[in-house]
Design a protein around this ligand. Structure first.
Ligand SMILES: [Zn+2]
Length: 283
């Protein structure tokens, strides 16, 4: 019985092999460049890098170095979106100003690597806030400054599911919109200077957040700083007459018109609609 099966299998493989050979010959006839490639090697290959996918915290990077003439691939470069995200968070924590609150949107990632607790232990004065989507709901998880993560660093767990961290080591999670209404105070005693610093230091295409509390004016320095870092988006949360607002200064905006006015301070409600700035009410 066993023998019979083997035999049957062999026949099948043989047939399969023949079929493959026929397809291969057929392909060579239909696509003669496969043959030409071997002949046309008299050209000197000119390899150029092509970006197939730019790469960001939410998209993998993929580049190939191939010959412009024959298409031969010499090299490829690949980087996972997760690695961009990881680097961003590490830099944010490492470079954060004293007593700073670091905000990172993890998008669809909802696990955290052990190394984050190492970074937070090294920068014990920093608070980390992450937002992420889990089963269709957006959450905000806060890792408070001064927390002791020894228990996480000593166990064998490498990846922690964010939903399970609530209540441990002072970590709190709340469900909410992508932009949480109870956004933490991001501007410390060092004031807006810290915000400008964050904009200057931000990785390319980053969004930098700040809460201005009940202050609803900005100094023109913010606009000159954003003009220097035209790729950065800045978002300010503030409170006015008991309502919460959010003002977005989109990347690529041109603030020349506002800067020409010679004014030192601008009201966040007043700049709504100017130079692409959007001020909106948040619940
Ligand atoms: Zn070539």
């Amino acid at each position: 019985m066993k023998n019979k099966e083997t035999k049957k299998c062999f026949c099948k493989n043989l047939l399969h092999g023949m079929l493959c050979a026929v397809i291969a010959i057929g392909c060579m006839l239909i696509f003669p460049q496969f043959e030409m490639k071997a002949e046309a090697k008299n050209h000197t290959c000119n390899y150029v890098w092509k970006t197939l996918s730019k790469g960001s915290a939410y998209e993998d990077l993929y580049e190939i170095k191939s010959c412009e003439i024959c298409g031969e691939v010499q090299m490829t470069n690949y980087k996972r979106a997760y690695d961009f995200l990881r680097e961003r968070m590490q830099n944010q924590i490492k470079l954060a100003r004293k007593n700073w609150v670091v905000v990172n949107d993890l998008g669809f990632y909802h696990t955290l690597h052990d190394e984050v607790f190492v970074w937070l232990t090294e920068r014990n004065d920093v608070t980390l806030v992450v937002t992420y989507e889990y089963e269709g709901t957006y959450y905000q998880t806060t890792f408070p400054a001064g927390a002791d993560y020894t228990e996480f660093l000593q166990d064998d767990v490498v990846f922690y599911g964010m939903p399970g961290l609530h209540g441990k080591c002072g970590i709190t999670s709340t469900a909410g919109g992508k932009i949480p209404s109870n956004f933490p105070e991001l501007v410390t005693l060092e004031g807006a200077e810290g915000f400008y610093f964050h904009i200057k230091m931000a990785p390319a295409q980053e969004t930098v957040y700040a809460s201005y509390g009940d202050n609803h004016t900005i100094h023109k320095t913010l606009l000159t700083t954003l003009s220097e870092r035209n790729d950065v988006t800045a978002v300010i949360f503030f409170e006015y007459k008991g309502m919460n607002f959010k003002t977005t200064f989109p990347a690529g905006a041109d603030y020349t018109e506002l800067l020409k006015e010679g004014t030192q301070f601008f009201g966040l409600l007043g700049v709504n609609g100017r130079c692409g700035i959007v001020t909106e009410v948040i619940l």
